[in-house]
Write a protein that binds this ligand. Structure first.
Ligand code: FAD
Ligand code: FO1
Length: 450
C-alpha cells in the first residue's frame, strides 16, 4: 500500500498500550478494496492486537431521508454479516461521532484509530472536535480517491484541464492492485453482540415519506453485480450514448460510490482490464477519475462549495449584474418540489428525482440550470437545488452533487460564456438544445432509469 495514502494526526502520538485498534468507518462502507481497513489491520497485526470496525450513526444527517438511510443501513447490515468471517467485530454506535467515539475509545482501551477521508464540512467538523480529545495515534486514509486528495494537488484547481495532468501523472503509481484483509489473529477482548437492525431504524429522526428505492439493491455484492452488468452490456456504447437519457447506458454506480460500497479504484481497474474499446474506456475513466476527484478537490479546498461565495469571481460578478433581470417565470421551492413548472421536460426530471431517486447525468445539468433561470436569485437557486438533490437523490450530499450544482448555477470549473439574461456569463442550456441531443418526447413519455 502506498504510504502517502495515510496521514497521521498528532505526529508525536505513540502506540503505547496493547489495546485494540479500531477503524472508524464513515465514507467508505465496505470490506473489500478498502485501504483504510487494510491499513488498520496492518497496524493491528504489527502490534498483535484485536481489530474492530466502528460506525457512528447520526439520527439525522444533512437532510437525508429514510430513502438514503435505508440504502446505507442495508449495506451495513450485509457488511456486518460478511465481517463475521474475519474475526473483526462491527460496532454500530448511536449518535454523533463527537459524542460516541471518544467514549468507545476510553471504554475499550483502544490503542489507535484509523478513519477514512471526506472533504465535506460535516466530517471535518467531527474530526476537528474529536481528534484533540483522543490521546492515541490517529490515521486518516484516503480510500475514496485513486490519487489521494493531498497528493493530487495542493490547491483548488480551476477546471478539469488543470487537474487532469496532475492526476494522470500520478495514476500509474496509485492505480495499483488492491489488497484485502484476512481473518484476524487476535480476538476482541470482550463479548460482542450483533446489531439490532430493526431497533436501529427506530432511533432515526428522518423524513419517512421519501420512500426507499426498489430498483437498486444496496450493498457490496449488489455493487459488484451492477459493475459487471455495466462492463458487459453498456461500456461499449458509453461514449456514444452517455448523454442520451433514452439509452440509459451510464453505470448507475454513483450511489455505491457515495456510500463507499464500491471502490472507484476497483472500477477503474476492471474497466481498464475489460474488452471495451479505447474511446469508451477513456470517456468513462475521465468521469470516474478526473471529474470525480476534481469534485473532491473543490470541496476540500473551498469551504463555500455549497453557496454563492464558492463561485469563481467572474461568475459572481456577472450573476450579480443580472440579479434584477426580469424573470418570465418564478417558481417557489414548493412548485419545484411538486414538479409544477410550465416545462414538461423539467417536470419529468423532477418526477425521476422524486420517484426514482436519480436523474440522468445529462439532464441533471438542465434541471439545475432551469432552477437558476426560474428562481428569484442565484442564492435561492443554490438553496433549492441542494435541498431537492439532498432530499431525493440516492447519491445526494456528495462532493459530486455540490460541484455539479455549483457548475450549473455558478460556473464552477467552467469558463465564461457570452452574456445573457439572468445567467450572465454562466453557460446556458435550453429545451431546444436538448431536442438536438435526444428524443425529448420519448423521454417525457417513457423515460426510465433501468
Ligand atoms: P456514469 O456516467 O456512469 O459515471 C461514472 C461515475 O463517474 C459516476 O458514478 C461518478 O462518480 C463519476 N461522474 C460522472 N459524472 C460526473 C460529474 N459530472 N462530476 C463528477 N463525477 C462524475 N453525482 C453524484 O454522485 N451525486 C450527486 O448528488 C450529484 N448531483 C449532481 C447534480 C447536478 C446538478 C449535476 C450537474 C451533476 C450531479 N452529479 C452528482 C454528477 C453526475 O451527474 C453523476 O455522478 C452521475 O449522473 C451519476 O450517474 P452514473 O453513476 O450513472 O454516472
Ligand atoms: N456517515 C456517518 O459516518 N454516519 C452517518 O450516520 C451517516 C449518515 C448518512 C446519511 C446519508 C448519507 O447520504 C450519508 C451519510 N453518511 C454518514 C456519510 C457518507 O457516508 C459520506 O461520508 C458523506 O456523505 C461524504 O460523501
Amino acid at each position: 500500500m502506498k504510504i502517502k495514502r495515510v496521514r497521521k494526526f498528532k505526529n508525536d502520538a505513540q502506540h503505547t498500550t496493547p489495546g485494540a485498534i479500531i477503524y472508524w468507518m464513515s465514507r467508505d462502507q465496505r470490506i473489500k478494496d478498502n485501504w483504510a481497513l487494510y491499513y488498520a489491520q496492518t497496524l493491528a497485526l504489527k502490534y498483535q492486537v484485536p481489530l474492530g470496525i466502528v460506525f457512528s450513526l447520526s439520527p439525522q444527517f444533512l437532510g437525508a431521508t429514510i430513502r438514503q438511510y435505508d440504502f446505507m443501513l442495508k449495506g451495513l447490515e450485509a457488511l456486518e454479516t460478511t465481517l463475521s468471517e474475519y474475526e473483526v467485530p462491527f460496532f454500530l454506535l448511536l449518535g454523533e461521532p463527537t459524542d460516541t467515539i471518544e467514549a468507545f475509545v476510553q471504554k475499550n482501551k483502544v490503542s489507535a484509530l484509523v478513519t477514512d477521508f471526506s472533504p465535506l464540512k460535516m466530517q471535518r467538523h467531527w474530526k476537528k472536535h474529536l481528534f484533540p480529545t483522543l490521546e492515541i495515534p490517529i490515521y486518516e486514509v484516503d480510500t475514496h480517491n485513486i490519487v489521494p486528495i493531498w497528493e493530487a494537488s495542493e490547491k483548488q484547481e480551476y477546471a478539469a484541464y488543470t487537474i487532469r495532468p496532475k492526476i494522470h501523472k500520478r495514476l500509474a503509481y496509485y492505480l495499483d492492485e488492491l489488497k484485502q484483509i484476512v481473518p484476524h489473529l487476535y480476538s476482541w477482548p470482550t463479548t460482542t453482540h450483533k446489531t439490532d437492525w430493526k431497533g436501529v431504524y427506530e432511533t432515526l429522526e428522518v423524513d419517512e415519506k421519501v420512500l426507499p428505492l426498489d430498483w437498486l439493491v444496496p450493498g457490496e455484492q449488489a455493487a459488484k453485480e451492477v459493475l459487471e452488468d455495466f462492463i458487459d452490456n453498456k461500456l461499449d456504447v458509453y461514449d456514444k450514448y452517455r448523454n442520451d437519457p433514452n439509452k440509459q447506458v451510464t453505470s448507475n454506480l454513483s450511489p455505491y460510490f457515495h456510500f463507499g460500497q464500491l471502490s472507484p479504484q476497483r472500477v477503474a481497474l476492471a474497466v481498464q482490464a475489460s474488452n471495451a474499446s479505447g474511446d469508451n474506456k477513456e470517456a468513462f475513466l475521465e468521469e470516474l477519475i478526473v471529474r470525480r476527484e476534481l469534485a473532491d478537490n473543490f470541496c476540500y479546498y473551498n469551504s463555500n462549495y455549497d453557496n454563492f461565495l464558492g463561485f469563481p469571481r467572474w461568475a459572481q460578478a456577472s450573476l450579480k449584474a443580472h440579479r434584477e433581470d426580469p424573470r418570465e417565470f418564478i417558481y417557489s421551492k414548493d412548485d419545484f418540489e411538486k414538479g409544477q413548472t410550465h416545462d414538461p421536460l423539467w417536470n419529468k426530471t423532477q418526477e425521476d428525482l422524486v420517484n426514482k431517486g436519480k436523474i440522468h447525468g445529462y439532464l441533471r445539468m438542465y434541471w439545475a440550470k432551469k432552477i437558476l433561470e426560474w428562481s428569484r436569485s442565484p442564492e435561492d437557486a443554490m438553496h433549492i437545488s441542494i435541498y431537492l438533490n439532498d432530499k431525493y437523490a440516492i447519491d445526494g450530499r456528495d462532493p459530486n452533487g455540490y460541484v455539479g450544482i455549483a457548475w450549473s448555477i455558478g460556473g464552477v470549473h467552467d469558463r465564461a460564456w457570452f452574456n445573457r439574461n439572468i445567467y450572465g456569463k454562466v453557460r446556458y442550456m435550453n429545451f431546444n438544445g436538448c431536442k438536438s441531443k435526444f428524443d425529448v418526447d420519448a423521454y417525457i413519455n417513457n423515460g426510465t432509469l433501468v
